[in-house]
Design a protein around this ligand. Structure first.
Ligand code: SP5
Ligand code: ZN
Length: 340
């Protein structure tokens, strides 16, 4: 298994998130990576650094003004005499204007964010850039003929849209990998998102496109984060009509129920006859996850990997969520082993 990883992930650290009305340390923490690297080492897989890419590549799936904001936000925060982490406190919800980008730093912070759970710190841009480069490198390996590659991305990416961040995500690593495969000449690239939380950012990015079908299994947004996207009636628009497939499942879903839905999701993917697959691999579907409510056991992750690998597609796996830190490594490695 080709494993792509950058130690620059650790530059994104030290933030707190607003969780049930209190500021608590982010569940998305650097130690997650240590446990994945340990499991990768136990499996005997070598870790490779990402290649470098110009920022112009990021503009393939993100708006230029959004990228400029992310790149410069923390320096402006410091220039205004502030320290610590940046969190927004106001958002342009219904009834407020979204048709102009405000000039003030705090105004733009709320404009580009969709939650108060994704702090920006001094190293966030560098870490997000490195994670994006991991995903792009994994995509380049698969485009060059590798059967599979795993991007150990941190921060994760699937909640980041064309012009918004949230859910611990700033740059959409999976979307960048899919776009990279498209740019390499593959006509259709499917994305399967198995993270517990709906990949609202990925859906947003490919909503009107028929070349990157998006298929997601996740906690029902009526009760689960990110709440405001991810329902089964969201099918895509324009050229993308019929290319978006959401499978929301209730709290308490175990492998038996999950596996039945997975078969339907895989059928949809096969129906689009893609040349390659990108997997948004969140293992927060594990029973022990502290912020999620599915009931998959450790023994279910090899099954999950085997079912996805059975599609027989060249596959880029991109790390998303998973907050049961002690178990995250074994659960991820169990999925990857099916592709080895
Ligand atoms: C990439 C990813 O998995 N992002 C998830 C972001 C979730 N952030 C908000 C979580 C709020 C969960 N509140 C439920 C409390 C359960 N104890
Ligand atoms: Zn998640």
């Amino acid at each position: 298994m080709r494993i792509i990883h950058s130690p620059r992930h650790a530059l994104h650290d030290g933030g707190m998130e607003l969780h049930r009305g209190a500021l608590v340390p982010c569940f998305e923490m650097p130690a997650r990576v240590d446990h994945i690297l340990a499991a990768v080492a136990r499996a005997g897989w070598r870790v490779e650094p990402p290649r470098e890419y110009p920022d112009a590549v990021l503009a393939g799936v993100h708006d230029a003004d959004y990228l400029a904001f992310l790149r410069g936000a923390y320096a402006q925060w410091r220039a205004e005499g502030r320290e610590g982490f940046m969190l927004p406190g106001a958002f342009p919800a219904r009834g407020l204007r979204r048709d102009r980008v405000p000039t003030g730093l705090h105004a733009r912070l709320g404009y580009y964010a969709f939650d108060a759970g994704s702090p920006i710190v001094a190293g966030t841009w560098q870490a997000a850039q490195a994670a994006a480069h991991c995903a792009l490198t994994a995509a380049d390996l698969v485009a060059a003929g590798e059967r599979s590659a795993y991007a150990l991305c941190r921060p994760p990416g699937h909640h980041a849209g064309r012009g918004m961040f949230g859910g611990y995500c700033f740059l959409n690593n999976a979307a960048l990998a899919a776009q990279r495969l498209r740019d390499a000449g593959l006509a259709r690239v499917a994305i399967l998102d198995v993270d517990y939380h709906h990949g609202n950012g990925t859906q947003d990015i490919f909503w009107q496109r028929d070349d990157v079908p998006f298929v997601s299994i996740h906690g029902d947004p009526d009760t689960e984060y990110p709440f405001y996207l991810g329902h089964a009636d969201e099918r895509g628009a324009g050229a993308g009509d019929g290319c978006n497939h959401n499978f929301p499942l209730p709290r308490g879903t175990d492998w038996t129920r999950y596996a039945a839905t997975l078969e339907q999701a895989l059928e949809r993917i096969a129906g689009h006859a893609p040349q390659a697959l990108v997997v948004s691999l969140g293992v927060d579907i594990f029973e022990g996850d502290p912020i999620s409510q599915f009931k998959l056991q450790a023994a279910d992750f090899p099954r999950l990997g085997a079912r996805i690998a059975a599609l027989g597609l060249p596959t880029v796996l991109v790390q998303e969520g998973g907050y049961a830190v002690a178990e995250i490594g074994d659960n991820v490695a169990a999925v990857l082993a099916a592709f080895d």
